[in-house]
Design a protein around this ligand. Sequence first.
Ligand SMILES: C[C@@](CO)(OP(=O)(O)O)[C@H](O)COP(=O)(O)OP(=O)(O)OC[C@H]1O[C@@H](n2ccc(N)nc2=O)[C@H](O)[C@@H]1O
Ligand SMILES: Nc1ncnc2c1ncn2[C@@H]1O[C@H](COP(=O)(O)OP(=O)(O)O)[C@@H](O)[C@H]1O
Length: 267
Amino acid sequence: MIVFPNAKINIGLNITAKRPDGYHNIETVFYPVKINDALEAIIAPLLSFSSSGINIPGEPEKNLCIKAYELVSKDHPLPPLEIYLHKHIPIGAGLGGGSADAAFFIKLLNQQFGLNLTVQAMQDYARRLGADCAFFIENKPVYAFDKGDQFEEVSLDLSRYHIALVMPNVHVSTADAYSGVKPEPSGQSLKELVQLPVSDWKGKIKNDFEPSVFAKYPQIGAVKQALYEAGALYASMSGSGASVFGIFEAPPQLKHLEAEHQVFYDL
Ligand SMILES: C[C@@](CO)(OP(=O)(O)O)[C@H](O)COP(=O)(O)OP(=O)(O)OC[C@H]1O[C@@H](n2ccc(N)nc2=O)[C@H](O)[C@@H]1O
Ligand SMILES: Nc1ncnc2c1ncn2[C@@H]1O[C@H](COP(=O)(O)OP(=O)(O)O)[C@@H](O)[C@H]1O
């Protein structure tokens, strides 16, 4: 079976408190976007993992797909699998690509082997693999809180807009990015702010990682500025960076950014 895990962007991200477990409580809106990996599993004599496309740092045995397999197979007998991943979602980008692979792999196992897992059960496995992993089980826009792994429905449809995403050639570690921010309770509710017209979001919907990440990597802040200059109604870094997205009324002209950065269109 083959599945196509997609990336997410964060629309707003408030880091509100440090938790006793060392993690942070956040408030964010996750929105799925059309940048995809391809992930295939075939029954084989031995469990294995291989990948192509973007090089994935770390040993193959530690890949989140293998971790997902190990977690599910503790409770449900599974045959050995040859797992093959074509990696296209930029890594260390704030796009949740590794989490998407893990969540889609749980869904693949459920379907391919008739495990009859509920959405809740699959989300519970996903939560153990990464804070933003559970989002990709249902994979629809949500307001997320606590570690970013509890959800409330949010009505948000950006399909009439043109979303472009720029990937500066910088990798930001999520753990480092969290350690650079002083948590503070947020002001206005993000859940309410995203109901405003997109043209009203600028200056109101914020990503708390931006000040410290832009200070360390000014080229990321410069990309955000360039998206506004190109006519974006709203632009923001996604998650802990380094990718930056812009939401446009009409297809944007970003050729000048393509010379230096990878640019994705029509997400
Ligand atoms: C920042 C966000 C925003 O959506 O996304 P990315 O930028 O990574 O895509 C997420 O909170 C990332 O979630 P995820 O990437 O799954 O995090 P994990 O693997 O669970 O944790 C990586 C590290 O980030 C920190 N961490 C993560 C989530 C959280 N709520 N508080 C934290 O402090 C911890 O230091 C942890 O060791
Ligand atoms: N299938 C995977 N794809 C990408 N990264 C993975 C995967 N499995 C494990 N990882 C590890 O997760 C780290 C970053 O994951 P990713 O979700 O892409 O980050 P971010 O959400 O910050 O963009 C990588 O450095 C890599 O070592």
